[in-house]
Design a protein around this ligand. Structure first.
Ligand code: HEM
Length: 399
């Protein structure tokens, strides 16, 4: 059998597939461990064990040639944490890791919780809300921009820029072509921030500039590093919170389980990220001839790791399509795995857990008042709107 014999013809980035990718993932898992995608000229890895194997071996499966499917953007984003290997990657992660240690996160927890309380109190007072605009966006739009020290003057464009940065990492389709000017706009603004040294004092961005001043970093690397943590922090976390709202509104018995035992919230966040993985897939390039799940993959091949499919693999999970906030979902791959595993996952968890905890304290029931509208993005599985009624818990006097 030739290496490209197991193939799949569908475009995984068409509007229909973005709206509902799961039937495609099931078909890919059925076909084998590494399936040639004719539309995208890469191998799809859709099963849990194989995805984890690829993510674990970052020497054979490199990120340095980009993790998107778009050769232009892969070239442009060289040198970011996401798109680097080995020592270079380790140095980039070390530069900012101290900002996100468990200790650093603990020191932010009270502030995040009180922001979540304020957002939820305002939404409950309104009653009928858009879960994306009125609940999910608030924390992601303030916490990481403050941490990175992104100047206030560039914040009104952040959602558009960050969404475009993800879109541009898709294949060369109409969506990525449309997104490229906005993604470049974010980079242009970042260059200006570096030039004018306008990062907020004491922030991650200021750490980057200081490292360049000390000669530990080439100044030309600064603009990309400035957006390194910001761009991946917004749509991902907004998606996780929005999907939690959709799933918990559709499964009120699961909401009741959380109300009865809020200590299940951290696990519920894992379960939501498993079932509706915000980041569908990123790719690697095989540095040598190798095998995935026993199937040959030639050197130089691009390999697309489908986190969102691995997290529904029936070989790994019982009742994979069901929401169960009590299952142990901690091994889900929605935050990636291995050396490139999400550097911001502690913060993403903190934001999502804080918002859910604040809702659980005030809301008896979440009710969808219309159909949630899927967001169209090449990389992120999210929602552009989630019409929601928040039924207050009458036992609370301040709800
Ligand atoms: C629910 C929210 C989030 C999800 C689902 C998510 C998902 C992911 C995934 C799957 C990867 C791995 C990429 C790969 O395998 O190549 C990743 C990497 C990364 N994420 Fe997140 N992310 C989230 C939130 C955040 C936040 C809040 C930040 C910033 C504070 C962040 C910063 C990063 C960075 C810097 C990387 C690159 C790590 C590396 O290459 O070493 N993410 N994320």
């Amino acid at each position: 059998m030739k290496v490209h014999d197991v193939r799949y013809e569908h475009d995984l980035y068409s509007d229909a597939a973005i709206g509902d990718p799961y039937p495609h993932y099931a078909a890919l898992r059925e076909l084998g461990p590494a399936v040639w995608l004719t539309a995208h000229r890469c191998f799809a890895v859709a099963r849990y064990a194989d995805a984890r194997e690829v993510l674990t071996d970052d020497v054979t499966f490199a990120s340095g040639e980009g993790v998107g499917l778009n050769p232009v953007v892969n070239r442009l984003s060289r040198g970011t944490t996401l798109n680097s290997d080995g020592d270079e990657h380790a140095a980039r992660r070390r530069l900012l890791a101290h900002r996100l240690t468990p200790r650093a996160l603990r020191s932010m927890a009270d502030d995040v919780a009180s922001q979540a309380e304020a957002v939820v109190a305002a939404a409950v007072a309104t009653g009928e809300v858009d879960g994306v605009r009125d609940l999910a966006q608030a924390l992601p739009l303030s916490i990481v921009p403050d941490l990175v020290g992104w100047p206030e003057s560039g914040r009104q464009h952040l959602l558009r820029w960050a969404g475009a940065t993800f879109d541009a990492l898709g294949p060369l389709n109409a969506r990525s072509a449309r997104a490229t000017p906005a993604a470049l706009g974010m980079m242009r603004f970042s260059r200006k921030v570096v030039r004018e040294r306008s990062t907020l004092p004491g922030s991650m961005g200021s750490d980057v500039l200081a490292a360049a001043d000390r000669g530990e970093l080439d100044r030309s690397a600064c603009p990309a590093l400035m957006i390194d943590y910001l761009a991946p922090s917004l749509d991902t976390t907004i998606s996780a919170i929005s999907s939690a709202l959709v799933l918990l509104a559709r499964h009120p018995q699961q909401w009741d389980l959380l109300r009865a035992d809020p200590s299940l919230v951290p696990n519920a966040v894992n379960e939501v990220v498993r079932l509706e993985s915000p980041l569908r897939a990123f790719s690697r390039v095989a540095t040598t001839s190798t095998k995935v799940g026993g199937q040959p993959v030639p050197a130089g091949s691009r390999v697309l790791v489908l986190y969102a499919s691995a997290n529904r693999d029936e070989r790994e999970w019982d009742r994979p399509t069901e929401l169960d906030v009590t299952r142990d979902a901690s091994r889900q791959l929605g935050f990636g795995y291995g050396t490139h595993g999400c550097a911001g996952q502690g913060l993403a968890r903190l934001e999502t857990q804080s918002l859910l905890t604040a809702l659980l304290r005030r809301v008896e029931r979440l009710e969808l008042t219309g159909d949630p509208v899927p967001a169209m993005n090449n990389i992120i599985k999210g929602w552009s709107s989630v019409p929601l009624r928040l039924v207050p818990d009458e036992r609370r006097t301040d709800a």
